[in-house]
Design a protein around this ligand. Sequence first.
Ligand code: NDP
Length: 397
Amino acid sequence: MATYRAVVVSKEGKGPASRSIVKYSDPSELPFHDDSADVLVQVSHSALNYKDGLVLTGAPGVAKKFPIVPGIDFAGKVLQSRSAQFSAGQSVVLTGHYAGQWMDGGYCDVVWAKSSWLVALPEFLTEREAMIIGTAGFTAMQCVMHLEKYGGLARGEKGPVLVTGAAGGVGSVAVAILSHLGYQVHASTGRVEEQEAYLKKLGAKKVIGRLAKSKPLNKEVYVGVVACVGGHGLATALASVQYGCAVASCGLAADSKLPATVMPFILRGVKLLGIDSVQAPMEERKAVWEALRTSLPAAVLNDLATVYSLDDLVGNLGERIIKGQTRGRGIVDMALGRADQVSVEEKKKVDQLEDKLNAYKMSAPAVLTSVGVSAKDSSPMPHVKVNISSMLLVSNL
Ligand code: NDP
C-alpha cells in the first residue's frame, strides 16, 4: 500500500502551533476531509505564500480550524474524479480559494479538492511553472490587469510604475510582468543592498527603499502602483501617483491599516483598486492565466523560484516569510526528500533541464518527438539516478 506524506499544523487553543510530517495511506486520514471535495489530486508542487506562513505559524484568522494541512495552492494530476469537469490523468491547478485554510491544502502527496476550485493546467505551463506563478503570481497579474482596465495604465507609458514589497512573491512577479510589458518599474524594498541585483535582473529600472511616511500629497511621480504593503507605504504611494492614475492594493505586509487622507482622491482623481484573488470569479481566473501566457516569459520563472521540500516546511519557513526574509516565489516539490526519490540537487538539475526544454518548446515552432528516456539507457544526464519516464525532445527541423 502506498505511503503518502503531509505537513500537519496542530494547535491547542491559544497555545503555540506545532508542525510535523505525518504519513498516511488513504487521503481520508487527513484532518480536514470534506465530502464536497470531489477530485483526488496527486500533488506534484505547492508553494509558500504569506498566508501559508500565517497558517504554519498558527496565526489566528487564516486557518479555520487546526489541525490542518496548509498550502493555499498546488498543482498536480487527477487520480480520481467524481466531477464531469475533470478526468484521471489530467493536470490541474488550484490557487487562492480556501484550501490550506478551511480544508486541507497542498503540503501533501495526495488530497481531495473541490472541482469548483480547480482549473485545468494551462497548456503552456508545466505543473512546476504553474506553482512558481501560484497565488502570488496570479495576484500580481490581476493587479496589472486592473491597473490597465480601471486605472488608466497603458502600454507604451513612459512614467514609472511602482511595486512595493518588491522582493516578495507578489512583488517579484509584478516586477517581472510589468518589465516584460515594457513599463519602467521602480521596485521598493526593505532590502535594497541584498536584493538590488535580483530585482534588476527581473527588469526593475530603479530599486528604492521602503516608502517613508509622507504629506497627504507628494510630488506626482508614478503612473501606477502595485502595493503589496499596507500602512504608511500604501498611504505614501497614494500621495505619490500622478493625476488620474491608480494604486492596486493587494497586500497587508507591514500593516493592514491605511493611515491616509482623501486628498489624492478628491484633488487628483487618484483611484484605489482593491485586488482579491480568493473569490475571483472563474471567468477572471481563466483570463488571468491566459494573460500570463504572454506577460511572463518562461525564462524568468527560474529566477523567481527557490525550491523547498516538505521537510523544509516543518522548519522555520513560516516564520521567515512572515518576517519578509524569503525572496520571490518559494515552491514546494513533493518529490524532494522522499525515500524513493532523488536528492534535492539531482532533482533540481532535472527540473532545470525540463524547464529549458519547455522554454524551447514554447519559443520555437518545432516538431515534437516524445521519447522515453531512462537513466539506465540514454539519460542525457548519466549522473542523475532517476527515471525520466517521458521527456520531450525538440528538434527544430
Ligand atoms: P511575501 O512575504 O513573499 O512578500 C511580502 C513582502 O512585503 C516582503 O518580501 C517584503 O518585501 C515586504 N514586507 C514584509 N514585511 C514588511 C514590513 N514590515 N514593512 C514593509 N514591507 C514589508 O508575501 P507575498 O508576496 O506572498 O504576499 C504579499 C502580500 O500580498 C501579503 O500581505 C499577502 O497576504 C497579500 N496577498 C494578497 C492576495 C490577494 O488576493 N489580495 C493574494 C496573495 C497575497 P521587501 O523585502 O521587498 O521589502
